[in-house]
Ligand binder design. Structure first.
Ligand SMILES: Nc1nc2c(c(=O)[nH]1)N[C@H]1C(S)=C(S)[C@@H](COP(=O)(O)O)O[C@H]1N2
Ligand SMILES: [Mo]
Length: 548
């Protein structure tokens, strides 16, 4: 970088620009002649353009947020853009996100959307100084793109167009107005009043946008809040009292999680950027398609059915070997099989295509639901009304199948159809149309990499073969013999089974410990390593333990 004029005082006076239409390229003659001066002028233009772009973008988003108070949370520009991004996320990226960000993947996505919009706003704001019309049109185009994203979400109506359209329009108008003020302010002939107008306009708009955006967001949260409706649900009394499982389902090993996963710690996996808030008074379930007697029921009717409790472990297909995406709960639900029988499934139908209020579709085998297992429409978990993020007011559950083919949250539609005729959401994205949970096991104690004192080392963990049950668990130390672990008592074949093993005289040094399970049919968990896609990871969970 050459500096022709130490001190570089080209300063404000040389910071050129003309007010109004001509923009900055009409002002060639007043350009500073030194490199440093030119750089300073360029910096000033970029800074002003960026500021104006960001304020215009923020004002647009705030308007969008306010409009979304009327049209629904998911139609707000950022929510719509995020939901759209989720729907086009390729499977490899989705896998990367779930591996690296886990349940924070949605926060990461939102940050991504904001950063992208901010960058676009900065570029647009800088462009506006020389090409105001083009920049304004681009702003409006971004709004139109947002509106298209919003209206093409599966659960959207036409009103979903409005927030982003109006956001784009507002942003374009603010961009125009502030750019003109800014060009006047930075012109060589600028008067102090021009500068004041620009500063006040920018600050005022920014403050207004913050208040409106934040307020709109709070208003949305309040308007679509269902916590009161949730608190008012009177859970049906189960037809039979299900006794607590014996204490012996849980080996008393410190560091091993409880048999039932506390609801607050239960994993959450779904594609919903804004958690659907469904008022039970508006909830209806429709059963239709290849049935003799299609029908629709309200939440009140649903609650009048026979309800039963059932203990079952829910597992995500995206759970890597040894991973955390599973939980065990006591669910309260009504029989899905009874509902199907009431509708009368026609011959040839083999799939239930269930849809949630946010448009997620999940395909489940009719056969699994009718084979006697406790498939249910659940309204409570662990004795408490379903939390909103776990599907309030009603979700589907089928023991033995991964969540993406069975556990539809916020479910409102059951279309009885065929695998040949229908694809569920994840099928074109590379996942198998059908997916029973694979036999698997996990070492939870000690944590991999932990250092433990020599002597007797207690190993413990959990194993699952949902609906087949776990018959045995074995551990292997440093590729030695497989040794039989002690199984805790079984609850149901649909729940996981905890285990422990006393490793006597553990020698000092670093050791590899592996685990494998045998399911209720006698099949031993495979050692073959397979990735999550297309139907669940396999391989032995292995931890490193340092004995000192
Ligand atoms: N509506 C809806 N239901 C859904 C999903 C979803 O994305 N949307 N994800 C499924 C998947 S992949 C899993 S593993 C389970 C997870 O349920 P949980 O979040 O209550 O643990 O919900 C299933 N039900
Ligand atoms: Mo899942």
């Amino acid at each position: 970088m050459s500096e022709q004029e130490p001190g570089g005082g080209q300063g404000r006076a040389a910071d050129e620009s003309a007010p109004g239409r001509g923009g900055e390229d009409a002002q060639q003659q007043s350009r500073p002649t030194t490199t440093k001066g030119r750089l300073a002028a360029l910096g000033g233009r970029i800074a002003r353009g960026a500021l104006v772009g960001l304020v215009a973008g923020g004002a647009g988003l705030a308007v969008g947020e306010l409009v979304a108070v009327a049209t629904g949370e998911a139609s707000a520009p950022v929510a719509a853009a995020g939901d759209w991004a989720i729907s086009i996320t390729p499977t490899w990226l989705e896998q990367f996100a779930i591996r690296n960000f886990g349940t924070n993947d949605k926060t990461v996505l939102l940050i991504g959307v904001y950063v992208t919009l901010a960058l676009a706003a900065v570029v647009d704001g800088v462009l506006a100084r020389t090409r105001l019309t083009i920049a304004s049109i681009l702003t409006a185009v971004v709004g139109v793109a947002g509106a298209i994203a919003a209206v093409t979400r599966p659960a959207a109506d036409t009103a979903a167009l409005l927030p982003s359209l109006l956001a784009g329009l507002a942003a374009a108008l603010v961009l125009r107005w502030l750019t003109i003020l800014s060009l006047k302010e930075s012109a060589p002939s600028a008067e102090p009043s021009g500068r004041r107008r620009f500063v006040l306009g920018t600050l005022g708009t920014a403050a207004g946008a913050l208040v409106a955006g934040y307020g709109g967001n709070l208003w949305i949260k309040k308007r679509y809040n269902v916590s009161e409706a949730r608190a008012n649900v009177v859970l049906p009394t189960p037809a039979k009292v299900l006794p607590e499982p014996p204490a012996s389902v849980h080996p008393d090993v410190s560091g091993l999680g409880p048999f039932f996963t506390p609801t607050s710690e239960f994993y959450r996996v779904d594609t919903a950027l804004t958690v659907p808030r469904v008022d039970p008074r508006d909830w209806k379930l429709k059963i239709h398609g290849m049935v003799e007697r299609p029908f629709e029921i309200t939440f009140e009717e649903l609650l009048s059915y026979r309800f039963e409790e059932h203990d079952m472990t829910l597992t995500c297909v995206s759970n890597p070997v040894g991973g955390p995406y599973m939980g065990n709960a006591r669910w309260l639900g009504t029989s899905l099989a009874s509902l199907l029988r009431r509708a009368g499934v026609r011959r040839g139908a083999d799939m239930i295509l269930s849809t949630s209020t946010d448009g997620m579709t999940i395909g489940s085998p009719v056969e699994a639901v009718l084979d006697g297992r406790q498939a249910m429409l659940a309204v409570a978990m662990n004795g408490e009304t379903l939390p909103v993020k776990h599907g309030f007011p009603c979700r589907m559950l089928i023991p033995g199948l991964y969540g993406y083919v069975s556990a539809t949250k916020w479910v409102t539609d059951l279309n009885i159809t065929t695998y040949a005729a229908s694809d569920a959401y994840w099928t074109p994205r590379g996942y198998s149309p059908q997916a029973p949970v694979k036999t698997a096991s996990r070492i939870d104690v000690p944590r991999s990499g932990a250092t433990v004192p020599a002597g007797t080392v207690v190993l413990a963990g959990t194993a699952w073969a949902n609906h087949r049950g776990v018959a045995a668990v074995e551990v292997q130390i440093d590729n030695g013999e497989w040794r039989e672990a002690t199984l805790a008592a079984a609850d149901t074949p649909d729940t996981w089974r905890q285990w422990s093993y006393q490793w006597e005289n553990a020698p000092k040094g670093s050791h590899k410990v592996k685990v494998r399970a045998t399911d209720g049919t006698g099949a031993v968990q495979t050692s073959a390593v397979q990735d999550v896609v297309p139907n669940g990871a396999t391989g032995h969970h292995t931890v490193t333990v340092k004995v000192s």
